[in-house]
Design a protein around this ligand. Structure first.
Ligand SMILES: *Cc1c(COP(=O)(O)O)cnc(C)c1O
Length: 417
C-alpha cells in the first residue's frame, strides 16, 4: 500500500525521490524495488514502540534475505534471525557479528548445528529434545563454550491469523509443549554442554490479537518462573502489516503497551520480518496482453506466481496500482484479473482488481511485496528470477542489489548425461 516512501507525485509512482519508471527503464520488468529509507524507518518504529524494554531486535532474514538489505539493517544495529545454515551464511557475508545471530527452525540438521556452533552463533532456539541432545554432543566434541539456548514454547494458542501462517496451536509442528519444557528445565544436568538461558515463542505471522499474544507470553513467563536463571524472553516476530486500506490491526504501540508490564524485568528479544520490509517493497510488472472472455477481463502481465507466490499460496491480497496515472485521470474503474504467463490456474496476482482501462506496455505495481516475495521466487516454467533494486536511505540514489538471472544461470546446475 502507499505510504510516505511509496507514493504518487505528478501522476507517477515514486519510491522516495526516484520515479519507478526511471528504474524500470534500466532494469526492465518484472523487478522488485525497495525503499531502504522505509526499511530503516520501520526498524526504528519498532525500536521506539518497545523502547521501555530495550529489546534486542533480530531481523528475520527469511522475509527478505538480500545481502544489501541485510547489510543495511545490520549497520543500523539489528541482529539477524536465521532459519537455516544458508541464512546464517548470508548474514555473516552481510557483516553480522556471529553472536548477534539467532538460529531458529523446526528441523535443523546435524550439519547445520555444527556449522552454527563452529561459527559461534549467539543463540539457538530449540524445538525438540533430539536437537538439544545434538547441541550438547556437538558442543562437547568441538570443545567450545556452550551457545545460549532458548526453548521454543508452543503455547497451544490459536492465533487469529490465516491457518497457513499460524504456528502456535498444539497441532502445529513448531515448538515444545509446556510439559516438555518443564521437564527440560528440571533436568538441566542432562545437558551439561548447553547453556539454557531463554524462552522463545513465535505464535504466527500477522498477529491480530494483542490479548492472545499477552496470554502466550504470560504462559511462557509462568513456565520459567521457577527458574530464575532464565532471564531472556524472545517473543518472536509476527507484528502485523496492513495489505488493504481498510485492514484494522493493532498498532505497534498497542503490542508494546500490552507486553511491557509483563516483560520489564527480562532481557527481551524480538524477531520482526514482515513488519520491517513488507511495505518498503513492491513488484513492478508490464502488461503484455489485455483479454476479455467469459464475462471476465484479464490483464496478462510479465510477472507471475514465480516472482510473487503469496496470492497463489495463501490467497494473500496485494493492492495493484498503475505506475503512471496521467492518462487515466477521471477514467471509470472496472474489475480485472491480473494474471501471469505461468501454466497454472492459480497464477493470479490479483482477482477483481479495480483499475482504469489499461493497455499492453503499461506498468503495474504490486504493493506491499517486500516481505516473502523475492525469497519465495522460483524458476518454475524456466523463468529467470527477477532483479532487485533499492533506493538508498538518502532517498535519491538507487542501485541494483541483485541482477536478473539469465538462461545460463538456469542451466548451470544441470548435468547432461
Ligand atoms: C517467520 C519467523 C519470524 C518472522 O515473522 P514475521 O511475521 O515476518 O515477523 C520470526 N521468528 C520466527 C521463529 C519465524 O519463524
Amino acid at each position: 500500500m502507499l505510504n510516505s516512501s511509496i507514493r504518487y507525485q505528478d501522476h507517477t509512482l515514486f519510491c522516495d525521490g526516484v520515479p519507478l519508471k526511471d528504474i524500470v527503464a534500466i532494469t526492465g520488468t518484472p523487478v522488485y524495488i525497495y525503499s531502504f529509507k522505509r526499511v530503516l524507518e520501520n526498524y526504528e518504529r519498532i525500536r521506539t514502540a518497545f523502547a521501555a524494554l530495550k529489546p534486542h531486535i533480530h531481523y528475520s532474514a527469511k522475509a527478505n534475505a538480500n545481502l544489501s538489505l541485510l547489510k543495511t539493517l545490520i549497520q543500523a544495529g539489528a541482529g539477524i534471525d536465521a532459519v537455516s545454515a544458508g541464512e546464517i551464511h548470508r548474514a555473516l557475508q552481510a557483516g553480522a557479528a556471529p553472536d548477534s545471530i539467532v538460529f531458529a527452525g523446526v528441523g535443523k540438521t546435524p550439519n547445520e548445528l555444527a556449522y552454527a556452533l563452529e561459527q559461534g552463533i549467539g543463540w539457538i532456539n530449540v524445538e525438540n529434545i533430539g536437537e538439544l541432545q545434538l547441541i550438547n554432543e556437538i558442543t562437547k566434541a568441538l570443545h567450545r563454550e556452550p551457545a545460549q539456548v532458548a526453548l521454543r514454547f508452543n503455547p497451544d494458542i490459536t492465533a487469529n491469523t490465516h491457518p497457513h501462517i499460524a504456528t502456535g496451536h498444539g497441532g502445529a509442528k513448531f515448538g515444545l509443549t509446556a510439559e516438555t519444557i518443564r521437564d527440560i528445565l528440571e533436568n538441566q544436568e542432562r545437558y551439561p554442554h548447553v547453556h539454557l538461558a531463554g524462552i522463545h515463542l513465535h505464535i504466527g505471522s500477522q498477529l491480530h490479537d494483542t490479548d492472545a499474544t499477552r496470554q502466550a507470553v504470560q504462559a511462557a513467563l509462568d513456565l520459567i518462573a521457577p527458574h530464575p536463571a532464565i532471564r531472556t524472553v524472545n517473543i518472536g516476530g509476527g507484528l502485523p502489516v496492513a495489505y488493504r486500506p481498510d485492514d484494522t490491526l493493532p498498532s505497534l504501540g498497542q503490542f508494546a503497551e500490552t507486553l511491557t508490564p509483563l516483560l520489564k524485568d527480562y532481557t527481551v528479544m524480538l524477531e520482526p520480518g514482515r513488519s520491517i520490509v513488507a511495505d518498503a517493497g513492491l513488484l513492478v510488472v508490464s502488461i503484455i496482453y489485455v483479454k476479455k472472455q467469459a464475462g471476465q477481463a484479464f490483464l496478462i502481465t510479465d510477472g507471475s506466481m514465480t516472482e510473487l507466490i503469496r496470492p497463489a499460496l495463501y490467497q494473500a491480497h496485494h493492492e495493484i496500482v498503475p505506475v503512471m496515472t496521467g492518462s487515466h485521470e477521471h477514467k471509470p474503474l472496472s474489475p480485472v484479473n491480473v494474471v501471469g504467463p505461468v501454466c497454472e490456474t492459480t497464477d493470479v496476482l490479483g482477482k477483481q482488481v479495480s483499475l482504469p482501462e489499461m493497455f499492453p506496455g503499461e506498468l503495474l505495481a504490486i504493493l506491499t511485496a517486500g516481505a516473502y516475495g523475492m525469497v519465495m521466487a522460483s524458476n518454475y516454467n524456466a523463468r529467470p528470477r527477477p532483479p532487485e533494486a533499492a533506493v538508498l536511505p538518502d532517498g535519491r540514489t538507487w542501485r541494483m542489489i541483485r541482477r536478473r538471472e539469465t538462461w545460463d544461470d538456469l542451466l548451470a546446475q544441470d548435468e547432461m548425461v
